[in-house]
Write a protein that binds this ligand. Structure first.
Ligand code: NI
Length: 166
């Protein structure tokens, strides 16, 4: 295991569409392990494979403080959304920035786990936001394209606001 370099905005790979995972291999398992390690080290709550330079439809999310919410999504598909939520969003590929993005309040996502078994997860609020943000990465979309208003510095006010980098 180890951490990998996080690609930053301006790197053309971040605009590319990731490809479906056909089968689990030791190489992909190692990638997933490294993605979790990289995300935790960067204090992020989500990371897509493309952010470490691998164009596979995989992302990891953990919106908990204690690491208990670690979830990997392979070939994810958002099958249902409901409501809207407004909030600031950040991204490990856009360091030091945040901006207001509207997302669904509630999502139902279908994906494969590390054993390539299908699961359906239904969630809302921050977890739903993180899933939408990461899923966009798989299609080459960065949150900055969806920001309402200006892109702000995330270093200015470390207040009680929810600030998540994914
Ligand atoms: Ni991101």
């Amino acid at each position: 295991m180890g951490t990998r370099n996080i690609r930053e905005m301006g790197d053309p790979i971040l605009k590319k569409k990731s490809k479906e995972v056909k089968e689990m291999t030791p190489r992909i398992q190692a990638l997933i392990d490294d993605m979790f390690e990289t995300m935790y080290e960067a204090n992020g709550c989500g990371l897509a494979a493309v952010q470490v330079g691998v164009l596979k439809r995989i992302f990891v999310v953990d919106v908990t403080e204690d690491g208990s919410g670690a979830t990997v999504f392979i070939n994810p598909e958002i099958i249902e959304t409901e409501g809207v939520q407004d909030g600031n969003e950040g991204c490990l590929s856009v360091p030091g920035k945040k901006g207001a993005v509207q997302r669904p309040k509630h999502v139902v996502v279908k994906a494969l786990d590390e054993e390539m078994n299908e699961f359906i997860l239904e969630t809302d609020d921050l977890f739903a936001r993180a899933i939408c943000h990461e899923n966009d990465h798989l299609d080459g979309i960065l949150y900055v394209e969806k920001v309402h208003g200006p892109l702000l510095s995330s270093e200015v006010e470390e207040s009680d606001e929810e600030e998540e980098e994914a």
